[in-house]
Design a binder for this molecule. Structure first.
Ligand SMILES: CC(C)(COP(=O)(O)OP(=O)(O)OC[C@H]1O[C@@H](n2cnc3c(N)ncnc32)[C@H](O)[C@@H]1OP(=O)(O)O)[C@@H](O)C(=O)NCCC(=O)NCCS
Length: 171
């Protein structure tokens, strides 16, 4: 719970699919990700109904409303990358800048550091996504390089920055 705000973070459940789908109706949320406009409600229903092992999806809630979500995912199938996980997150426009992303990322980092023994957390973020980059820097993610023309966004190719956080120290 955030002080002064009724925000809680919990694991996503199958019945959360509609709330997650709803957040992606908003361009200010999907525009920062690799999602497409007009998301399919049925696709999200199936995705939440069939959770894949070792993928950890969380939702942030204000009362009953889902106001953001985030996921921690294996970085690959090779055992040589077992120490690494990737993450993604989205908060819809009206809830951005209110600490929801901080609450979600704090949950992912705590899980990775304290419970999953993850040594490297990695992500890609559009180079012009200043709020997201500031959020990741706050949690000690560092930029590692630029993917040029990484993705198409509204008719233009945009660069993305690869960022990663190495776990500060062994327990
Ligand atoms: C990026 C995103 C997850 C951040 O979530 P959020 O709930 O808005 O973030 P918070 O309110 O916790 O703010 C986190 C930090 O971002 C920074 N920040 C917030 N708004 C900002 C802005 N407009 N410009 C620059 N930095 C900003 C601040 O450093 C803030 O930390 P502080 O309040 O301790 O100073 C959210 O904006 C979002 O979902 N955007 C669209 C989808 C997306 O870009 N996903 C990330 C893909 S990599």
């Amino acid at each position: 719970m955030l002080p002064g705000m009724d925000i809680t973070v919990r694991r996503a459940e199958p019945e959360d699919f509609e709330g997650i789908w709803r957040t992606f109706l908003d361009e200010s949320a999907y525009g920062g990700t690799l999602q497409l406009p007009c998301p399919s409600r049925e696709t999200w229903r199936k995705r939440l109904a069939e959770p894949v092992e070792a993928h950890y999806v969380f939702v942030a809630c204000a009362g009953e409303e889902i106001v953001g979500h985030a996921g921690l995912h294996p970085a690959g199938t090779s055992p040589r990358r077992a120490h690494a996980m990737s993450l993604g997150m989205a908060v819809p426009g009206p809830w951005q800048g209110k600490g929801v992303g901080t609450a979600l990322l704090g949950t992912l980092v705590d899980l990775a550091d304290g419970w999953l023994n993850v040594w490297r957390l990695e992500l890609t973020v559009y180079a012009d996504n200043a709020p997201a980059i500031a959020l990741y820097r706050k949690f000690s993610f560092e930029a590692e390089g630029t993917h040029r023309a990484y993705a198409l966004r509204g008719g233009r190719y945009v660069d993305a920055v690869a960022m990663a956080r190495l776990r500060p120290k062994a327990p």
